[in-house]
Design a protein around this ligand. Structure first.
Ligand SMILES: *[C@@H]1O[C@H](CO)[C@@H](O)[C@H](O)[C@H]1NC(C)=O
Ligand SMILES: *[C@@H]1O[C@H](CO)[C@@H](O)[C@H](O)[C@H]1NC(C)=O
Length: 238
């Protein structure tokens, strides 16, 4: 029995896998009429065209149908919920937003460790070792102690507290496919979460793609959080 070539093949949102004449899997636009019917208003999303779509599937299939047109290039998910008036984000607010997200990422990593204590095995061994250290440093700093006995140098502190959480989130988002670039559809879960609650989120994600090539590289992602080039390329030793 032949395996279905599409079985383990992943397509981005708005596309489905089809077997071509050479028996290879290819991604083609999903027919919007195959999107599940929305049963709740809470599935509505606002596109960057400021149009409300009944559910994300309808937005992504529309985007696919418009692919390679100028309009389609610009269409992606802006935020969950219906479109509404969003106040412009000022420069100062943008900096503050980036700091808040950075802090939130650090806390997420700390929570990962707490979760792993209760659910052992949720982290890989290598990941767990790093996350444990971040957790311990965080705990010490929060208690107002210097965590210096836990650390070999400032580079390590900076890496663990500031750089690692940013890298970690990048890896979490860069899944379909895991190619070192965040596309709009890979960013959609995070953007969809943040944009309804903060008017700076859309500007943040748009400007994060500083070379405007429609996706965010790790270097771009790091600089959105104010991390310098040298910070993120160095690996942690020891
Ligand atoms: C987007 O649509 C909403 C709701 O229709 C409207 O209030 C808002 O002004 C629009 N925003 C822009 C930038 O056109
Ligand atoms: C992201 O952009 C780069 C540079 O334009 C391009 O080489 C790469 O194929 C893009 N990746 C995706 C997944 O769109």
């Amino acid at each position: 029995v032949c395996l279905d070539p599409c079985e383990k093949f992943q397509c981005p949102r708005g596309k489905v896998c089809e077997v071509n004449e050479k028996y290879r899997p290819v991604c083609v636009c999903q027919d919007p009429t195959t999107c599940p019917l929305s049963t709740s208003l809470s599935e509505r999303v606002c596109g960057t065209d400021n149009k409300t779509y009944d559910n994300p599937c309808l937005l992504f299939t529309t985007q696919c149908a418009l692919e390679r047109t100028k309009q389609g290039h610009r269409l992606h998910l802006d935020y969950t919920g219906p479109c509404r008036y969003v106040a412009p984000c000022q420069d100062k607010e943008l900096v503050q937003f980036s700091r808040q997200i950075h802090d939130w990422l650090k806390n997420t990593v700390v929570h990962l460790y707490e979760y792993d204590i209760q659910n052992p095995g949720s982290l890989t061994r290598k990941h767990r070792k790093i996350v444990k250290k971040i957790y311990e440093i965080h705990k010490h700093l929060k208690a107002g102690n210097k965590a210096s006995h836990l650390l070999s140098n400032n580079f390590e502190v900076n890496y663990l507290l500031n750089v690692y959480p940013v890298h970690w989130q990048f890896g979490q988002l860069d899944q379909k496919p895991a190619d070192g670039y965040l596309t709009h559809s890979e960013l959609a879960p995070l953007r969809g979460l943040l944009a309804p609650v903060d008017h700076c989120a859309s500007r943040f994600f748009d400007e994060c793609d500083s070379n405007k090539d429609k996706n965010i590289s790790l270097t771009e992602w790091c600089s959105c959080f104010g991390l310098k080039d040298g910070d993120h390329s160095k690996e942690l030793h020891g």
